[in-house]
Each structure stands twice: as C-alpha cells, then as structure tokens.
Design a protein around this ligand. Structure first.
Ligand SMILES: Nc1ncnc2c1ncn2[C@@H]1O[C@H](COP(=O)(O)OP(=O)(O)O)[C@@H](O)[C@H]1O
Ligand SMILES: [Mg+2]
Length: 384
C-alpha cells in the first residue's frame, strides 16, 4: 500500500443527537497477520452500511504507528501478487480520556487537531498486539465501546496453552499436548524434546500466540522436532507441541446474544484441504491458493452438528467471550470431537469461514457487520 491520503474530515459532534454512530475501523498491526488484517479491512470498508454508520479507518503499521488511512479498500486487498501493508503520514490516535472518545490527528507540519468523535471501535486485528487484549485494554481505559471480546477473554484465547486450561476446566475435550516455555527451552532442550517425544509421532508444533498457521509445523520424525520448535519460537518463545489428531476440521460461528439472551451458534462449516501441496491447513492454503475448500453446512450427522453448536456456545461462555468467536473442532467419526481453538477475531473477509457460516444461517456479510456493531454499541462500558 502506498502512502494514504487522509480520509475526508468528519464533523460529528458528540452533542448532535441525530448523527450516525462513528465507527473507527482499526487494522493492520504488529503481528505476522498484518496483511490478513488489511485484507479484512478492505472487505469491511466495502460492505459496511454507510447509511447507518460513519467510518474512520485507522491503520497500525508493522512497527506499531497508528496512522490515518484513506477510506479506500483497493490498496488493502491481499492477492498472490500483492501483500498489503499500512503506511501513512498522519498519526491518528484514540484519546485515552474517558470523557473525550475521539480521534486526534497529527498531520505533518500542522498543529494536531480533533478529527471526529468515536462511538465504537471495530478492531479488525489478528494475533498479538490486537486480538490479545492489549488493544482491548487501551479501549477499556478510554471507556470506548468496541466489537468483540474484552481483555481477559482476548488474552487467554490468544494463548493456546492458557486456552486449553480454560477448556479442560469447563469439561471440554482437549487433546494431549506439551507446553515449552522460553525458560524451559533455554534451560534444557534435551528434557523438553524428551517430554514432547512422549506424545508419539506425528505432532503439531506451534507458537502459543500466533494465528493463520504462521509458525505451525507438522512433525513426522523425532529428528525433526528440534527444528520445528525453533521455527515456532521465531513467532513466539512459548511453544506448544500437540499430538496430531486425524479428524475432519469443522468450525462453528458464535455470536453474543442481545441483552440477557444466550449466545447463538451458526451452522457448522468444514475445511477440506486437497492436493498434495499441503499436509494441513497452512497459511498458503488459507489465503493464497485454491487447495482449501470451505463447505457449509458440513455434511455431518445432525446430532453431531447439534453437539458442535452446543459445545461451541459452551466454549464461548466458558472463555467469557463477547461479540463474536469462531470455535474450531476436529471430528473423528467413531471417536468424537476435540476442541482445537477459539479465535476471538476470526478471518473476516466474505470468503472466510465465519461470515460464510453466518450467511448460511441467514445473516449476510453487511448484516453481520451491522449486528456486531450494534452488539458493541449496546454494551456497557467498564466492568461487565
Ligand atoms: N493437533 C492437531 N492435529 C491435527 N492438525 C492440527 C493440529 N493442530 C493444528 N493442526 C492443523 O494446523 C492448522 C493450524 O493450527 P491452529 O492450531 O489452528 O493454529 P492457528 O491459530 O494458526 O490457526 C489447523 O487448522 C490444522 O489444519
Ligand atoms: Mg486455527
């Protein structure tokens, strides 16, 4: 993405009763999923209901600068030939003053000024420093409403080791795994390797706090384990080694209920990876080629679909999620379900699983965006 010219000035005033809610779309970010987040922002900028909402797009560059970007989806699209990223001249920050709820901009060679009030933030960030409670903490400090889970659910669901602790405590099925912390690895690699080898082969080695399959390696031979752990450690010094599960990958969308209503589960979707280029659902299969097929509703016995929907809501509630989550399962006929993970900000382009399963459940992409913003607008600020 080239330098973005600033968005047009917005003049919404907090005391103007009939103005549209202003949605700050925050995307990009410091994680390895920067480009994926840009792609999501492109889709949302194209589809958000402009009759209902005013929009201010704020990008976070890979080095963590917040900048005002043009309200234009085109340079943000992710294709095999173009990896989008955030650049910009004009720093844009959300005020942390709970009384203000506004965006301040700092144009080069001009005095800083207030750009607009902000009613709700749509954080379209994946991975650490965005999906993991850090941004959510900033917004809590500012008494600013935002889409999605709060600080603790975001942080715990970002960390695949802590996530499994919560799931196991709630009686949800999690597979055999070993956690290798940075200190343990640096203290004694041999002990770590021996413990991980105890799981048998094959295993999946993954960074505890990442996403989009970045850093995930399938290991078939004990001799390859050390290199895989080093690869995962490039994304996160905390690593998980999991016994491989030979199941179908099925996923369920969950949306928070309005008011005191319980959370809602979508139809169940399934991912099938075809061809011999991928041994699992890796980054390339997720975003760049056509070897991964998403189908919805998944061809499952009705009682299995119903169990997935029920347990997905249970996982969402156990984790204290808000707004939205995608709950990912392995299903082995004859052996049942194993919970893989919750994503508190799942992939969100119209082709992604979360919007697809909700479209199949009667909520199309623009309506889903509106629903998420309305859920966020109706919730209290402060402890909930
Ligand atoms: N224990 C496992 N058994 C089988 N496949 C796995 C396992 N863990 C991960 N995978 C494969 O790797 C992919 C990415 O792993 P996942 O834990 O979902 O990480 P991410 O947060 O990056 O999506 C999964 O979608 C699946 O294809
Ligand atoms: Mg996953």
């Amino acid at each position: 993405m080239n330098d973005n010219s600033p968005a047009p000035e917005l003049h919404a005033a907090a005391d103007e009763p009939h103005r549209k809610p202003v949605v700050a779309i925050v995307f990009g970010g410091r994680s390895s999923e920067h480009a994926v987040s840009c792609a999501t922002a492109a889709s949302v900028l194209s589809a958000i209901d402009r009759d209902r909402f005013d929009v201010v797009p704020i990008g976070i560059s890979q080095d963590g600068r917040w900048v005002l970007v043009a309200d234009d989806p085109e340079p943000l699209r992710l294709t095999a030939d173009h990896t989008p990223s955030v650049h910009g001249e004009t720093t844009a920050v959300l005020s942390t003053d709970p009384a203000a709820r506004e965006v301040m901009i700092f144009p080069p060679n001009e005095p800083p000024r207030r750009l607009t009030a902000v009613d709700v933030v749509l954080p379209l960030l994946h991975g650490p420093f965005g999906e993991d409670g850090t941004l959510q903490g900033l917004l809590e400090l500012a008494d600013t409403r935002y889409v999605g889970s709060g600080v603790s659910a975001s942080a715990v669901m970002m960390d695949k080791a802590l996530m499994k602790v919560v799931f196991a405590a709630a009686g949800l099925p999690v597979g055999p795994h070993v956690v290798i912390t940075d200190k343990e690895w640096r203290r004694d690699k041999a002990v770590c390797l021996e413990t991980a080898n105890g799981l048998g082969m094959p295993v999946f080695v993954k960074p505890a706090r990442a996403g989009s399959s970045v850093g995930v390696v399938k290991v078939d031979e004990p001799a390859d384990l050390e290199a895989a752990i080093e690869t995962a450690r490039e994304s996160d010094p905390k690593v998980l080694v999991e016994a491989a599960i030979a199941g179908r990958e099925v996923e369920c969308g969950v949306l928070e209920g309005h008011g005191c209503d319980p959370a809602r589960a979508s139809q169940v979707g399934e991912i099938t990876v075809t061809g011999d280029r991928h041994t699992f659902y890796d980054f390339q299969a997720k975003y760049l080629d056509t070897d991964a097929q998403l189908s919805c509703p998944a061809d499952l016995p009705p009682e299995v679909s119903e169990e997935i929907r029920e347990l997905s809501v249970k996982a969402f509630e156990a984790a204290g999620c808000e707004g939205l989550s995608r709950v990912d399962w392995f299903y082995e006929p004859g052996r049942g379900l194993m919970l893989n993970e919750i994503n508190t900000m799942p992939g969100f382009t119209p082709q992604s699983m979360f919007p697809r399963v909700w479209a199949e459940s009667g909520l199309d992409y623009p309506s889903l965006i509106t629903e998420l913003i309305e859920l966020a607008l109706e919730r209290r600020v402060g402890l909930r």
